[in-house]
Design a protein around this ligand. Sequence first.
Ligand code: URA
Length: 230
Amino acid sequence: MRLDKTICESTTLTRSQAKKVISQGRITCDDKIIRSCAFKPRKDAVIVFDGKTIAIRGPRYMMLNKPENFICSNVDEQLPSLFNLVDVDKKELLFIAGRLDADTTGLTLITDDGKWSHKITSPRNKCIKRYRVGLDAPICEDAVALFKAGIQLKSENQPCLPAELNILSSTEVILSISEGKYHQVKRMFGAIGNVVIELHREKIGDIELDNTLALGEWRYLTDKEVSSIK
Ligand code: URA
């Protein structure tokens, strides 16, 4: 990671303040003054600012059990931002890897690691997301086959990738999809003439929502969970 980003993430300095102190020659890496913001220190480099060693903070990875009526945005709009529920510093550096609608609940992954987030959200990676879905009307008999074949959404050129549907009851199903199109789950059920009335995300890749987290609670991911995203 670049030196200015490393310093910004590990101190109270903003990115522009970090750039300034670097160019002023107030930062050393392994005893050498570094004036280039783009310099990439080794992971275990000793970075010193005005004579004090900086405790380097690594990237952060968290899971949050999203309640209804919070939005996956960094700022409050008509509804409060999900980040109101996360009590950590430098929240402005965090973002959500795979947003949920305001009325959707469940597993939300939060990080400041763009590359890791990209592995989850990039369509190329086909990271599987599992949802528990409550439906307004009984599910049609051929739904499993239709989802497997690829649902055609309105105003999309290509059908969705094959999706796995497991029926729990006439109005409750588990859906696993490997894409993340806008309102995808609601639109998929809309395309077969049904309406989603409850939507809860249970799993992303191999990371399952920790069932000890009440709605609105969060915890850091374990190293195993972080590295499970390939
Ligand atoms: N699909 C939706 O329609 N909404 C969500 O929040 C997530 C997936």
